[in-house]
Design a protein around this ligand. Sequence first.
Ligand code: 3H9
Length: 685
Amino acid sequence: MSPISTQRHGDILIVTSNNPPVNTLGHAVREGLVKAIEEADADEAIKAVVIRCDGQTFFAGADISEFGKPMQMPMLPMVVDRIEECTKPVVAAIHGTALGGGLEVALACHYRVAVPSAKLGVPEVKLGLLPGAGGTQRLPRVVGVPKALEMTTSGNPIGAEEAFDLGLVDRLIEGDLAQHAVAYAEEVSDVRPIRKSSELDEKLAEARANPGMFDEFRKANARKMKGFDAPEANIKAVQAAVAKPYQEGVLDERRLFMELMTGTQARAQQYFFFAERKASKIDGLPEDTKPRDIKRVGVIGAGTMGGGISMNFLSAGIPVTIVEMAQDALDRGTGTMRKNYEATAAKGRMTAEEVEGAMGLLKPTLALEDLGDCDLIIEAVFENMEVKKDIFGKLDKIAKPGAILASNTSYLNVDEIAASTSRPQDVVGLHFFSPANIMKLLEVVRGARTAPDVLVTAMQLAKKIRKVAVVAGVCHGFIGNRMLMPRQIEATKLLLEGATPEQIDRVHVEFGMPMGPFQMADLAGVDIGWHRDPSRIENLRDKLAAEGRWGQKKGAGFYDYDEKRRPSPSPVVQTYIDEFAAKEGIQRREISDEEIMERTIYTMVNEGAKILEEGMAQRASDVDVVWVYGYGWPVYRGGPMFWADTVGLATIVEGLKRQQERLGSEFSLSEMLVKKAEAGEKFTR
Ligand code: 3H9
């Protein structure tokens, strides 16, 4: 049965799509839409058409799973043209999200009405694409060039009210959308000539008067768009809309779309779209597992981590009890949370009432016993096994039956922590990334005895607080930090062998990472994990820590920093490096960028493969989600495992072997990686 049905309401033809879950514009929908328009054209009794969708949303765009397969006719550009050519006025009735191809359908309709909660946008850029069904040509004609540039290059949707102000929505509808849309169609059914988005010119003329705006836009957004192919292609397509007649502009759009579509970045970004959604699924749990009810959350520790974690729940409307050991630390912690909220409000992203609302849900206390009514308790204290065991032992006596006990540990053994309670089935790791109120990633660490409903609760709660959760097994550093370790070891060895922090960091930044290993160490703090004994100097990091070079916060780390925290190479650090190299009898030599890649980034892939072969991650794409959301791996490279597939696993293995033979490097090759390379297989496809 076709997902598109038609129904007459007097002289209005109502065209309805029913293609759950999000009404994507798959083949059958496209075919049905064309047939419906033909029906309207052919029947004299029909005076106007309404296109609407059943379910949670208006068309959310093209069906991404059809990309890369042979396209079935009619293609979306033909469908939207057919809608615009309809001889009767066509009204789009929008609820939920009109995204990508969905907004392109709406733009081809002659009128658009929407409920106030609707969102409209062109997120194609996030998939490494541009709106390829006339969207780059019609949108600037309707909303103006500056807004079209912003919408196409950011991919962020706008609300219906803003769309109304811009002329993208003709009427906001309170009440029954379908009914009001039909009434609106009646109103406009006799208006002639029929208004077509592709024929509008007024807003383009404004842009023609200011041809410099494109380069200004490029300059203003250069940092955000760096490394990505799609934003520039979107700008070029909008530029074509201004410079050329519609019929020529769409040809440019098509050419640019096909260039993007056949590139690696689009493949990576589309892969990542599904990777992110797959991450929330846990294999092998009983299907009927029900989550536990979480009405109040307890957080132990009001430091940077505990405060950030608490803010996630407060922002989602979930009350939090936060515990500290001393009043001044508690006051400092809650003060910082308020300051962070107020900073968000100052940027216009929160109202003053919302700040008070969130802070009003917070109950600060010095008594651990106050956690007795919490359904989930997250410990976010000093990273030390004895301290954590002590806390969990106490929690075991305080927490109510069925409460989930979570540790925000970034490395430690969750099973060992769980063993200090009488209820290991209720214990789970919830590893937030700093700053915890901002970073999207949450590693959910599944202990040997963690109950299925605890895992399901953690995954659902993550969605509620707008995090992307990935399940990890119990191993040192879980997925993300575990892969960081071999990278750090090799990067430090490279320093002694002749590379500089600047060179190693540059290779990572040019690759697309937000920063390299030494910039990251300086930002996070060179003293993190330090044994705190200045007389015990076993490696370069110990030396820096002992000398008080703790990173940015001290104005000195691997780099020197000026008062504005701008880094410069440090001659002092170079002398430390030279001393260590001499002491260890290392002959310094010229290090190539290629060697840096092989010893730092290839070793991460190797560790990722070990994580998979040990079953510490469910799937290769989960490793990629961790790295994109936790460490800023460039999404246009998909993630370390997807990227390794694009490089070729045989090439990765060859590079790693080369380094092993040359230096006797201490990393061992993952058997899974070697086997896959030999068999010509991939991790992600
Ligand atoms: C485009 O339109 C190109 C055109 O310009 C040119 C063509 C020539 N395709 O996110 P959810 C699945 S490009 C296939 O969990 P929510 C999703 O995988 C497209 N599948 O729901 C998931 O499946 P499962 C431009 C899709 O309520 C299920 O639907 N449009 C697509 O949190 C539910 O999704 C976009 O980029 C799709 N387009 O959020 C919009 N969309 O249950 C992408 C969703 O098996 N979509 N699925 O895991 C979204 O942003 C969100 O899905 C949306 C709903 C906001 C709509």
